[in-house]
Structures are given as C-alpha cells and as structure tokens.
Design a protein around this ligand. Structure first.
Ligand code: 5GP
Length: 180
C-alpha cells in the first residue's frame, strides 16, 4: 500500500456488508422484481456485487451525471451525460450510488426518476458522509457511514485513479502526485 493511502474499510468488511444489504433488499421486495440503476462510474463495482447479493429477479440500467460547481454552489444542478436506455414505468427502481456527500446529486436524481412513473424509487449507497450534507436526502440502504474524508477505491477515484483498489481508503492529497 502506498504512503498516501490508509485503509478505511477492508475488502472483507465491504463484502460482508453488501451481503447484508442484498439480504435486506431481498426481504423488502419479496415476490417482486427490482430494477437497479447504477450511477457511473463510481458505483459500478458496488453494483456488480450488490446485484449478485440479491436473490430476486433483477434488471440493470446505467446513468452518468456530472455536477456543476460541486462544493461551491448549492443549486443542485446536475447534468445527465448518459441517460437510461429504457423506460422505468411501474418498476421498483433502486438507485445504486457509491457515496452520498452533499446530497445534491441524489436529490436531483430521485426527483427526476420519480417523474418517470416508476412503482417505487429507493436509494442504495455504499458510503454516506452525513456531515457534509447540504440537502437532506432519504437513503433507504446505507452500507457504511463514514467521517468527512476523501476516499478512493472500490470504484471511487481521484482523477480516474484508484477505482480498482479492493479496499476503501482515505487519500492524503498532500502525499500524492496523482493530480499534479
Ligand atoms: P453529492 O452527494 O455531493 O451530490 O455527490 C456525490 C458524488 O461526489 C459521488 O457520487 C462522488 O462522485 C463524489 N464524491 C463525494 N465524496 C467523495 C469522496 O470522498 N471520494 C470520491 N472519490 N468521490 C466523492
């Protein structure tokens, strides 16, 4: 492990928690089908593991967004850079996200998807940083609540690096040349 990374959540902790989340979702939607919407790119590894932990008929779709002025503006304006491939009418949608930070992205997405006529919309996130919240957002399935630190790994990046780390790690930006 390089000096700029400190493990926050180990691969075993992540694996065990996702198994529990999958079991919870399986119990909550018994006898129904769920439609998982992965928010690219950060949630892609979480999606792959969560989908396999759910013992129900599952379908998948993908969406990509980029936020304007993140950290400086509170408008919550989010730009869709890749929309869903298919309609979600009458579906049990679960938005699958890597991390909830200010809450702006998920607030916007929940509203957007609720307007498309699904049967239900819930949110599953691997990580939650509640101390940074600007807009309240109801998140039905949270993997881990973490302190206010910048984390990478298990899908999360810094300048597109570190997504393939198997653990979630805190990145010390002063110790890395990744963004230089
Ligand atoms: P927000 O909740 O602020 O609208 O945005 C959530 C998004 O911000 C996440 O999907 C992720 O792309 C990014 N983000 C927030 N905190 C972190 C972090 O600690 N590490 C990484 N890599 N991305 C983060």
């Amino acid at each position: 492990m390089s000096k700029e990374l400190t493990t926050l959540l180990s691969r075993d902790q992540i694996h065990d928690r996702i198994k529990e989340m999958g079991a919870q979702i399986t119990a909550d939607y018994q006898g129904q089908q769920v439609h998982l919407i992965c928010i690219l790119k950060g949630a892609s590894l979480f999606l792959a593991d969560l989908a396999r932990a759910i013992d129900l008929p599952v379908s998948l779709d993908f969406m990509a967004v980029s936020s304007y002025g993140k950290g400086t503006k509170t408008t919550g304006e989010v730009r869709i850079t890749k929309d869903l491939d298919a309609a979600i009418q009458n579906m049990n949608v679960i938005i699958v996200e890597d991390i909830v930070d200010t809450g702006l992205t998920l607030n916007y997405l929940r509203g957007l998807l609720e307007n498309r006529g699904p049967r239900s919309v819930k949110i599953a996130t691997l990580l939650d940083k509640p101390s940074r919240r600007i807009q309240p957002v109801t998140v039905e399935y949270v993997g881990f609540t973490i302190p206010d630190a910048f984390v990478v790994g298990y899908g999360l990046d810094y300048a597109e690096r570190y997504r393939n780390l198997r653990d979630v790690c805190v990145l010390d930006p002063t110790a890395t040349s990744a963004g230089a």
